[in-house]
Design a binder for this molecule. Structure first.
Ligand SMILES: Nc1ncnc2c1ncn2[C@@H]1O[C@H](COP(=O)(O)OP(=O)(O)OP(=O)(O)O)[C@@H](O)[C@H]1O
Ligand SMILES: [Mg+2]
Length: 322
């Protein structure tokens, strides 16, 4: 059996716009290797950086123009029949807006039932017990859920139902795309705590997509920072947060309520942030971050940076070229 759970190999996803077929890469040559041991892997980065597109590619919703995704050694875009059902059981998703994930006219229990019957293929007489078990896991009960419509739940409760639904198939990987961004700060912790608990107790791995760097720091093992379709830095969360290498990661972390790492003062003085998002940056030959980067050198505007490994962290930046 493969010791790698998920391998994302040089993935690019191109979207085309307008009359002239303007093309841009929402995900641009992204690679990741996630080992087959329970982990929480955060993907962070500003709006539009390609996080959801990457998640959809891994879930098999989008087909990438370039590259391939291997899940336990198998190319997910080639799975058919029984193999596809196997993949859908193994890899589940939780999305941002719990109210949008549920049809308001359909009882919440029916969603759980359908997942149990159609995806998990649980036999009829065991379905209710299974649903009861997963609801308990997320701190809800069958009595509380049965017979009720989505509008009768709070956002936090409904998101816990989404997590329970994902658990029914006994997945090995859950991809959670901004699962807590619609919730109050106090409730966010209750949801992300569940992820941590399920990683430890149920050996489920998570890809946690978020803007919320404080919850990311709290629960993740690894983090990848996305910028305009690139992963600019990836590595163990402790290293990336305390000694961020990429200038963009450093900027991003300035806004996070973390204990002040030692680089913070220095960076605040150096920073020159421009807020405009110009399309030409997407098309630039060199580094996509160069026009915002206080450390940019001539080379950064001319050549796409390579990925360098520094202390076990991968960083796509010319500053680290030896
Ligand atoms: N189906 C689509 N068709 C065309 N363009 C798309 C499509 N989906 C996403 N995009 C574009 O791709 C880019 C990346 O979008 P994506 O939703 O992946 O970003 P994101 O990092 O998830 O942002 P957010 O943090 O706001 O959720 C954006 O510029 C977006 O407009
Ligand atoms: Mg998104």
């Amino acid at each position: 059996m493969s010791s790698v759970l998920l391998e994302v190999k040089n993935i690019s996803k191109i979207f085309r716009y307008g009359l002239f077929g303007f093309e841009f890469k929402a995900v641009d040559n992204v690679s990741l290797t996630l080992e087959d041991k329970p982990f929480i892997f955060t993907v962070a980065g500003e709006s539009g950086s390609g996080k959801t597109t990457l998640a959809r590619i891994i879930l098999g919703v989008h087909t990438p123009e370039y590259g391939e995704i291997l899940y336990r050694g198998r190319n997910i875009h080639r799975l058919k029949g029984e193999d596809l059902i196997w993949f859908r059981k193994e890899v589940q998703a939780v999305f941002q807006d719990p109210y949008a994930s549920f049809n308001p006219l359909k009882k919440v229990y029916d969603y759980l039932y359908e997942t149990a019957k159609n995806v998990a293929k649980i036999s009829e007489n065991e379905i209710e017990a299974n649903i009861e078990e997963v609801l308990k896991r997320v701190g809800l009960s069958l009595e509380k859920v049965k017979g009720r419509y989505p509008s009768e739940f709070s956002g936090g409760e409904l998101q816990r139902v989404s997590v329970a639904r994902a658990l029914i198939t006994r997945p090995r990987l859950i991809i959670a795309d901004e699962p807590v961004s619609m919730l109050d700060a106090s409730l966010r912790v209750t949801i992300v705590n569940l992820f941590k608990e399920f990683k430890d107790d149920l050996k489920i791995s998570f890809m946690y997509i978020t803007h919320d760097l404080s919850t990311a720091y709290y629960i993740s093992d690894y983090i990848a920072i996305m910028y305009r379709g690139w992963i600019v830095e990836q590595g163990p969360v402790e290293k990336v947060f305390t000694e961020p290498l990429h200038p963009y990661t450093q900027t991003l972390l300035l806004s996070a309520p973390m204990p002040d790492p030692k680089w913070r003062e220095k960076w605040l003085k150096a920073i020159k942030l421009t807020t405009s998002i110009e399309e030409k940056e997407f098309l630039a030959k060199g580094c996509k971050y160069a026009s915002r980067c206080p450390n940019a050198m001539k080379k950064c505007f001319e050549q796409t940076p390579l990925e360098f490994i520094v202390n076990g962290v991968k960083v796509k930046c010319w500053l680290y070229e030896k």
